[in-house]
Design a binder for this molecule. Structure first.
Ligand code: SF4
Length: 133
């Protein structure tokens, strides 16, 4: 499960975008982050962010800072490379993360690593002939 933490500034921005009060945003769209910070996080519905509809962010212009900062390419502790495992988890609930990771893969010419055990010739004859080369 991916947690998107929200600050009071995020809540105000979302409230302005949705034309409701900050209290309403907190009550309807957030829950306590009991595992990490003790602050507020966006709720999830069926394993996805509560603001995700038909693979789109419905509050994109007012999305929280962690979403705005994505993909965290600045070199620091919480940069993209240092959090690749969690980014893969996020990709399963947020199309923005998924599409960005897919775009990066195309940009850098990513190809899945071949399993060297599978590509190695099988059997003693094949081993012998490859040693003679
Ligand atoms: S960008 Fe994704 S995680 Fe962030 S608010 Fe929008 S749908 Fe939710």
């Amino acid at each position: 499960m991916t947690l998107v933490s929200v600050t009071s500034e995020d809540v105000k921005r979302i409230a302005g975008f949705l034309e409701c009060s900050s209290d309403e945003v907190i009550q309807r769209y957030t829950s306590m982050d009991l595992e990490v910070t003790g602050g507020r996080i966006l709720r999830q519905v069926d394993g996805a962010c509560i603001f995700l509809r038909e693979n789109r962010c419905t509050i994109y212009e007012a999305r929280p800072k962690p979403c705005r900062d994505f993909p965290h390419t600045e070199i620091r502790e919480r940069s993209l490379g240092g959090r690749m495992a969690s980014q893969c988890l996020r990709a399963s609930i947020c199309p923005i993360v998924y599409n960005t990771l897919e775009r990066y893969k195309r940009l850098v010419g990513y190809r899945p690593r071949r399993d060297s055990r599978r590509s190695r010739p099988a059997g003693p004859d094949a081993t012998r002939s490859s040693q003679q080369e």
